[in-house]
Design a protein around this ligand. Structure first.
Ligand code: TYM
Length: 331
């Protein structure tokens, strides 16, 4: 077995990916894949907890694979796979759901938020979603999980479930640590800067998609909601400006402190237009690479097939251990 530590992470193929996916997850995946044995998953089982048009789900699954490549994931060294092609995820989720309290599942912030947002679709899958996510991670014995800030609570549940199982039987699962970036862990909506930027936001102007062209990116940032002041700084009521500082920081590598010093006394006009240009330049090569990969469906499918096979081997090994420990007859 490889001496390297492992990481696993995933993205739902429920829409076009945004700059939040890049800064919260993909940038770290790219950096970490050199050091860790890496598993990157298209979380299609998770995606159906929201209503999906089948044709869209298929297309977004390929989009997501193309975007992984465009963001620098190397399929020669990292395993890129589709969750629904590895049956152990659903199988382990059944076992672990018997180790999860109702209250524990109901406490999850994302479950509460999504139930509130779409009261006509509060399905059982939405409730057990974090259990499946825990299993995604535990099956691969991942040491670290590179994610954005919004997944922190799910990681806590993962650790609790793993510890509970290990304690009840014997050591089975590695206890994973979340790996959350210092900058860009929570990119906010451009139109409502106290809410997270989300690919499913009905207001397209609130979101920078990784497929947006330069003019669209520039327009969205220039029209983003800020405050009535003029000082480029962070603080109460300045969430919009803080978000733009973060976007400029991830796009240029400058720190927030440097940016605030640079724009002292400048006002918002020049600042916004600099952010817009910097973000457009940052996204452009990713968009172009995405287009190139997305055209080659055979390439994408072949990469996923190979990844599915590699993932199945690792996942099945853990699942077999679990089945044995819980007492399913071995024959
Ligand atoms: P998902 O598909 O919502 O998002 C994928 C990753 O992108 C990050 N992210 C953001 N980061 C910063 N700012 C934003 N606005 C933003 N939007 C999204 C997320 O934090 C996440 O890291 N449950 C997961 C998918 C999943 C998973 C897993 C992740 C399924 N199984 C196992 C890790 C390990 C989700 O819905 O992410």
């Amino acid at each position: 077995m490889s001496e390297k530590k492992r990481i696993l992470s995933g993205i739902q193929p429920s829409g076009v990916l945004t700059i939040g996916h890049l800064t919260g997850a993909l940038t770290n995946w790219n950096k970490m894949q050199k050091e860790f044995e890496s598993f990157f998953m298209i979380a299609d089982l998770h995606a159906i907890t929201q209503k999906q048009e089948p044709a869209n789900l298929r297309s977004w699954t390929l989009d997501t694979a193309a975007m992984f490549l465009a963001c620098g994931i190397d399929p020669e060294t990292s395993v890129m796979f589709t969750q629904s092609h590895v049956p152990a995820h659903a199988q382990l989720a059944w076992v672990m759901s018997s180790f999860t309290g109702m209250g524990e599942a109901e406490r999850m912030t994302q479950f509460k938020d999504k139930s509130k947002k779409k009261p006509d679709n509060v399905n059982v899958g939405l409730l057990s979603y974090p259990i499946l996510m825990a299993c995604d991670i535990l099956l691969y014995q991942a040491d670290a999980v590179p994610v954005g800030d919004d997944q922190k609570q799910h990681l806590e549940l993962t650790r609790n479930l793993a510890q509970r199982f290990n304690h009840h039987y014997s050591d089975t699962f590695v206890i994973p640590d979340p790996y959350i970036p210092e900058v860009g862990a929570r990119i906010m909506s451009l139109q409502e800067p106290t809410a997270k930027m989300s690919k499913s936001d009905p207001n397209q102007n609130a979101v920078i998609f990784l497929t947006d062209d330069n003019d669209t990116i520039i327009r969205k940032i220039k029209r983003s909601v800020t405050d009535s002041g003029s000082e480029v700084n962070v603080g109460e009521g300045k969430e919009g400006i803080e978000n733009l500082i973060t976007l400029l920081s991830v796009s240029t590598g400058k720190s927030a402190k440097e940016i605030i010093a640079e724009y002292e006394g400048e006002g918002y006009g020049k600042f916004k237009s600099d952010v817009a240009e910097a973000v457009a330049a940052y996204i452009a090569p990713i968009r172009e690479e995405f287009k190139r990969y997305r055209e080659d469906k055979d390439l994408l499918i072949n990469i996923l097939k190979k990844g599915d096979e590699q993932a199945n081997k690792v996942a099945f090994k853990t699942l077999s251990k679990v089945y044995k420990k819980v007492g399913f007859l071995q024959y």
